[in-house]
Each structure stands twice: as structure tokens, then as C-alpha cells.
Unconditional design. Structure first.
Length: 270
């Protein structure tokens, strides 16, 4: 027989099961309620209910979090689980409100949102459904590894900035077109080199592609695609398919000493 223990603390409901959930902890916060788990969690956990659960304990032993409904806020760098899955309901939110936090691999069974209220690094490649990136003003999500194997399309909201090239080898996800849809800012940092933005990147009206000071973006050439030295070589290596599109009303913003040699035809992916 299934044994279930249920603990209710104010707005927070935690359900632990010794059978059926395979040692999984179920955290339920209902409605528009907000509640905090400040203790450490070991094993795996699932978030249900439409409310917000804040994790602030040392979760070094939390191997996986499934976000089935509502919102989870990570309120300390060591509160981050080793992996996160967006499951069951679309448009759930993982909020990062911890300095120097690193976001691990995100499995997007359903589309969801990564919300950065402090500067954050994405170190795991997102896979599956679309990942939307939102951010508070002046906060940046930095790509912190080679995420080119990621299969999730990325949508950068109008208030968000995603930066790539802070370190050599860091790469944007390169899912099939469009890999990255930019309504905010996509920033090319100083360590940029080949293949950093290998998917189809669309800079929408009102959005900005920001090229940092002294960064040089070469002209497109098929040879660069083959050598993987073109910033925007297409995700499948084809020289015939474009990988960067500036929509009418988009902005190319160049820092001091930047050089842009790549051809641009507004409204066409090149």
C-alpha cells in the first residue's frame, strides 16, 4: 500500500512518498501564494500548483527538479538543482534571483521561461520545446558553454539581454530555424570566434544585435562555414541557407573599434 505523508506549513504544501514517486518530493504552492523552502533537499523534486515556490537552501544533492506548474525561484546560488525539466503545463517560470548562479541543462518537455532578475549564466544546453528568456532591466544572461547541441529554439524578450563570447568556446543553441528570435538584445562579446551563433538568428523590429568594442565580424564566405570560423554559419553547415536576418526596424549597434564586414539585406536571412 502506498504510504504518503503530507506536511502543510502556512502557504506551502510538501508531499513526500515512499512509493509511487520513487523518493521524489512534491512541492505544492496553490493559487497566487508564495512560499519558501529554506532547508536542503536531497534526491528529486516536483513543483505543482500555480503559486511560487522559493528555494533558498543548499540543494547540492537535489539531482533533478521537475517544474510541472507555476513558478520556482532560485534564491541562492547553491539552491540550484543539477537539472530542471519543464513538464505538463506550458509557460511555467524558473526565476533566477541569486548572484553568480549557473543554470544547468533544461529539458523543455513543454515551452517555458527562464527569468533573470540578477546576472545569470546558462551552462547547460536546453533541449525540446522553446525556451523564452526574460530579464529585469540591465540584467544579462551569459551563455556559459558550448550549447550548440541544444535543440530548443530560444526567444529573447524585449527587456532581456543574452550575451555570447565572454569566453572562447561558448556558443548559442543551434536548433533548426529559427534557433534564436531576438526581441531584446543579442550581444557579441570580445572572445567571439567561429560558430558562436550557428543557428538562424532573427533580429526583430525594435531589437538589437550589439557588437562589443574591438570585435570583428567577417564577411560571409562558404569557406568560413566549412572551417567553422564564421560567427553565423548555418546550423547544418549549408552554405546556401542564411543564418542571420535583420528585420526592418532592427538595430545593429557597434562598439568602439568594432568591424562589421558581413553583408546585410534587410528582411533576408544571409
Amino acid at each position: 500500500m502506498k504510504t504518503i505523508q503530507k506536511l502543510t506549513l502556512g502557504l506551502l504544501t510538501v508531499v513526500a512518498s515512499s512509493a509511487g514517486f520513487a523518493s521524489n518530493l512534491v512541492i505544492e504552492v496553490a493559487g497566487s501564494d508564495v512560499a519558501t523552502v529554506s532547508g536542503a533537499i536531497a534526491g528529486t523534486a516536483s513543483k505543482i500548483g500555480t503559486g511560487e515556490a522559493i528555494l533558498s537552501g543548499n540543494n547540492a544533492s537535489l539531482t533533478a527538479l521537475t517544474l510541472s506548474n507555476g513558478q520556482v525561484e532560485i534564491n541562492a546560488a547553491n539552491a540550484m538543482p543539477a537539472a530542471v525539466t519543464f513538464d505538463t503545463n506550458a509557460n511555467n517560470i524558473l526565476e533566477i534571483n541569486a548572484a553568480s548562479a549557473s543554470v544547468p541543462a533544461l529539458t523543455m518537455t513543454t515551452a517555458g521561461k527562464l527569468l533573470c532578475t540578477l546576472d545569470t549564466s546558462l551552462v547547460g544546453a536546453p533541449s525540446g520545446a522553446a525556451l523564452t528568456v526574460g530579464a529585469a532591466a540591465s540584467k544579462v544572461l551569459t551563455i556559459g558553454g558550448d550549447l550548440s547541441a541544444g535543440t530548443s529554439a530560444m526567444v529573447i524578450e524585449s527587456a532581456a539581454t543574452v550575451a555570447v563570447g565572454a569566453a572562447s568556446g561558448d556558443k548559442m543553441p543551434a536548433a533548426s530555424a529559427p534557433a534564436v528570435t531576438v526581441a531584446g538584445i543579442l550581444e557579441l562579446k570580445s572572445a567571439m570566434s567561429g560558430g558562436y551563433c550557428a543557428g538562424v538568428n532573427e533580429i526583430q523590429s525594435g531589437a538589437t544585435l550589439l557588437v562589443d568594442a574591438s570585435v570583428s565580424v567577417p564577411a560571409y564566405a562558404a569557406a568560413l562555414v566549412g572551417a567553422n570560423t564564421d560567427f553565423f554559419n548555418h546550423w547544418n553547415g549549408s552554405a546556401s541557407e542564411g543564418s542571420l536576418k535583420f528585420d526592418s526596424g532592427s538595430t545593429l549597434k557597434l562598439g568602439n573599434g568594432a568591424v562589421w564586414a558581413r553583408a546585410i539585406t534587410v528582411g533576408t536571412a544571409l
